[in-house]
Ligand binder design. Structure first.
Ligand SMILES: [Zn+2]
Ligand SMILES: [Zn+2]
Length: 877
């Protein structure tokens, strides 16, 4: 059975036992800002298990994408060197939310393993929590397992808890015996041995208690089930392979890597390890990118960068010279895209992002490696075994070597790194490399309370701009009140409202809440889950709880927001058409007549292309395409090609906004037809992160005003240059030519003047012993001019030691030349440095030619004396 058959059979089995098959949640957890990556099947159900989320769902089954890398589970270093460490893996699981419990969980697991997969019962063992007599009895009754094959384990192994408080309970693991020829081969080897013979394949968690903050456990009224079985490990068991890497899961991927590297797998342990690292990391990279993560220097993006760079370094070890990693990622898409469709949709982005990252890293990889190699040699001769923090930091900062990569390479060569020294160096940059948590914002305590009271706001603003509503909550300074008086700032929650709460990048509406004797001005509207909050000031009257009021939008402002939001959809479509389908929305901000759109793309967009994009968006506006909105099934919508945001978990029903060929899942407000956008004008294109570009644009009257502004500038220039628009460029060009001709003339003139006075200047030279020395102030427009003047003197008088200085831009500049045959005695750079120092500056250069300067203009009259004295000292030394 290959891995995708196993996955199917698992999901189908549990579906036939009343479970709903749910898609894997994204690798970026949606409801847990403390978690770096989704690392187990239960993560997406956390709120259900804790009771925070109410659901009709009773049973579910998933094959969950998981990542363990970075943070607490940092297995990165082991990956490739063991049979079962992975950064990315799939976890099969079945879940009961207060429905069935231990008995069925055990029966399902046993039936699936022995009846569906037909695993040999004689090879199966189980472990239970030491005090779980119920599980002990059930395993014997249901699975007919003899008591001597049931092992009791302690808290550490077989008791699970979600956190310090919350749901917890005993677990039970099913163990598969790979046979006595595997593992340590000691006669006493048994379940629990450190070796690889007895494999834990499935963990059943029986959530039956709730632990409070003082550590007391009370039974949950409706206990739940959470199970997890690693797909890669199960495949190894079924395919009778001792390593997960030898199963079909990795076969094609390793093949791809080995044919690029022209090395055979299973020939040499060193190259095998590199192939395994590359294969594992390609899976992680492809899945992370398809969930919207791009390589960067912080947080999740940095984990991805470390993974990709480690893989590339192993490619380098295998002697691969060309950019290769994207090809391995391609084979991941080919292998797994069928089940995980996001890989196929993200193919072009995965391709571009990994290629770009590899090209950048390869620029510095060799140099960094050779620095390390030199360091190894140097330390060996000095008998030192630790690489200092500065070197590690330099590799990190300048050559893009993640510190764990440097550490691994060091260890391979018998060295350690000075981690503390590195940390010290990192101190200043700590801010940006640290993960501060992301994902969902912490919900204010007060809104949670409203939610628990069942308060919701119905949004009616897709159709209406006014609404007769009832006041459901009044919040002042974070506290609920019954009544509000005029002059106070407050947050008002209504049962229904046309006000759009800020979300999905679209700013919230403004407007008024009013009745015959009150007026509340809404300055800001935000959305917290199902609650829409109107923040503002009560200007007239009182507001009381449960009062009927009238909610009225600022419709003109809303119209301008709608125009900008619809314009982002058109821009998105045109960008994908023009630049390629790797373009994905990474963020947006929609304000009245103004927008900002961030997207994945790896190079600057040329001006001409930007103009084409702008023109194409305007073409779609002029076509006055009707905007159509439909509520559809999420799966069907995405399959029909609607653009979904990366890594976003959508509900089952989604709103799909269509304008011509633009099709997006979107909850925002839009124009009725694209003509309402009026005009679209790009104001700026820039990079905001590695691989992410930003376009800023304006539309509607805002764009028109911008054009006015440009026209005003043109008119003012016309007046200043006394010409007309058509001749403007020509006029400026002519003017520039005239200026440079004049400059040239002036320079010639000045040089000629200088030559005339040369004899006079040179006659001021002094003699020290046999040396003729000229120290003189001259006038010069800039440093090159000063140097030119020195050259002219030198031409005339080849045996002269010359030091010239001049006031240039409120500073003193110094140049000096020494005839070549005198440089054994006189070093120009030393003299210049000393003179510069005396006027508060620095200088340097070669022995025959040096340059310097300072800012202390008050010392300009002392320069000559300082220089002569310095020369005197050197000559008479
Ligand atoms: Zn053993
Ligand atoms: Zn939208």
């Amino acid at each position: 059975m290959n891995s995708s058959d196993i996955r199917d059979s698992f999901l189908k089995y549990f579906e036939s036992r009343g479970h709903r098959i749910l898609p894997s949640s994204p690798l970026v957890p949606q409801n847990d800002p403390t978690l770096l990556f989704t690392n187990a099947g239960m993560v997406q159900f956390k709120d259900i298990f804790t009771g925070k989320e109410k659901t009709e769902l009773r049973r579910a089954t998933t094959s969950q994408k998981c990542m363990r890398a970075g943070g607490k589970h940092n297995d990165l270093e082991n990956v490739g060197h063991t049979a079962r460490h992975h950064t990315f893996f799939e976890m099969l699981g079945n879940f009961s939310f207060g429905d069935y419990f231990k008995k069925d969980a055990i029966a399902f697991a046993w039936e699936y393993l022995t009846e569906v997969l037909r695993l040999d019962k004689e090879r199966l063992y189980v472990t239970i929590y030491k005090d779980d007599e119920e599980a002990f009895r059930l395993w014997q009754e249901i699975a007919k397992i003899k008591s001597d094959r049931i092992y009791r384990m302690g808290e550490k192994d077989n008791f699970w808890a979600m956190g310090d408080t919350g749901p917890c309970g005993p677990c039970s693991e099913i163990i598969y015996d790979q046979g006595k020829d595997v593992g340590c081969k000691r006669p006493e080897c048994s379940v629990g041995c450190d070796c690889d013979r007895f494999l834990e394949i499935w963990n059943l968690v029986f959530m039956q208690y709730e632990r409070d903050s003082s550590g007391n456990m009370r039974p949950l009224p409706r206990p739940s089930i959470d199970t997890g079985m690693g797909l890669e490990r199960l495949a190894a068991v079924l395919q009778k392979r001792l390593s997960n890497f030898d199963t079909d899961v990795f076969a094609e991927i390793i093949d791809t890597a080995s044919s690029i590297a022209r090395v055979q797998y299973h020939k040499d342990e060193r190259t095998d390890a590199s192939l395994r690292v590359i294969a594992d990391h390609a899976r992680a990279a492809a899945f992370l990118i398809s969930d919207g993560i791009l390589p960067s220097n912080e947080g999740r993006g940095y984990v991805l960068r470390r993974i990709i760079r480690r893989a590339i370094r192993h490619g380098h070890l295998l002697g691969i010279k060309e950019t290769f990693f994207y090809k391995v990622c391609d084979s991941v898409i080919a292998k797994m895209g069928n089940h995980y469709n996001e890989l196929v949709r993200g193919k072009e982005l995965i391709d571009k992002a990994t290629r770009y990252e590899e090209e950048r890293f390869r620029e510095t990889l060799e140099k960094g490696l050779s620095i390390l190699q030199e360091e190894f040699e140097r330390l060996k001769t000095q008998n030192i075994s630790t690489i200092n923090g500065e070197t590690v930091f330099r590799l990190y900062d300048t050559y893009g070597f993640p510190v764990d990569l440097t550490s691994i390479i060091a260890r391979e060569n018998g060295f350690e790194i000075d981690a503390i020294g590195f940390e010290r160096e990192m101190e200043r940059q700590r801010e940006r490399s640290e993960w501060k948590g992301s994902g969902e914002n912490e919900i204010g305590h007060i809104y949670k309370e409203l939610k628990n009271r069942g308060i919701k706001s119905l949004f009616t603003g897709y159709e209406n701009t006014e609404e007769s509503s009832q006041v459901e909550a009044i919040i002042v300074d974070g506290r609920l009140v019954e009544e509000l008086e005029a002059g106070r700032v407050a947050e008002i929650v209504l049962n229904k409202t046309p006000f759009y709460g800020e979300s999905g990048g679209q700013v919230g509406d403004t407007g008024t809440l009013e009745s015959q004797n009150l007026l509340f001005r809404v300055e800001q509207t935000k959305k917290v889950e199902d609650i829409i909050i109107h923040k503002g000031v009560l200007q007239i009257g009182h507001i009381r709880l449960k009062e009927q009021i009238y909610a009225k939008l600022d419709t003109a402002r809303r119209d301008r927001i709608r125009a900008a939001h619809s314009a982002t959809h058109l821009l998105h479509l045109v960008l994908r058409r023009t630049l390629g389908s790797h373009v994905k929305q990474a963020g947006s901000l929609v304000e009245p007549d103004r927008l900002r759109f961030d997207f994945s793309h790896f190079e600057q967009i040329p001006f001409e292309t930007l103009e084409r994009i702008e023109e194409e968006v305007n073409r779609l506006i002029l076509a006055n395409l009707k905007s159509e909105v439909a509520v559809r099934d999420v799966k069907e919508a995405i399959e029909s090609g609607a653009m979904a945001l990366f890594g976003e978990k959508y509900g089952e029903k989604v709103r799909v906004v269509k304008m011509g060929d633009s099709l997006e899942l979107c909850g925002g407000t839009h124009v009725r037809s694209t003509g309402e956008i009026g005009y679209f004008y790009i104001t700026k294109e820039s990079a905001i992160a590695s691989g992410v570009r930003r376009i800023e644009a304006v539309c509607g009257l805002n764009a028109v005003n911008l054009i006015f502004e440009k026209r005003r500038i043109v008119r003012s220039l016309e007046r200043l240059l006394n010409t007309n628009q058509e001749m403007l460029e020509q006029s400026v060009r002519l003017m520039n030519e005239k200026i440079s001709k004049l400059e040239e003339k002036i320079q010639n003139y000045e040089e000629r003047m200088f030559s005339y006075s040369l004899d006079n200047i040179i006659s001021n030279s002094t003699n020290i012993d046999d040396y003729r020395i000229l120290v003189s102030e001259v006038s010069a427009s800039d440093v090159p001019d000063l140097r030119r003047k020195m050259d002219i003197i030198r031409e005339r008088s080849k045996d002269l030691i010359i030091l010239l200085f001049a006031r240039i831009n409120e500073k003193i500049s110094i140049v000096m030349s020494v005839p070549k045959d005198m440089t054994n005695k006189i070093d120009a750079s030393l003299i210049v440095r000393e003179v510069s120092k005396s006027i508060g500056g620095t200088g340097g250069g070669r022995k025959d030619m040096a340059q310097g300067g300072g800012t202390d203009l008050s010392k300009i009259d002392t320069i000559k004396d300082t220089a002569i004295k310095a020369l005197n000292d050197i000559i008479h030394k």
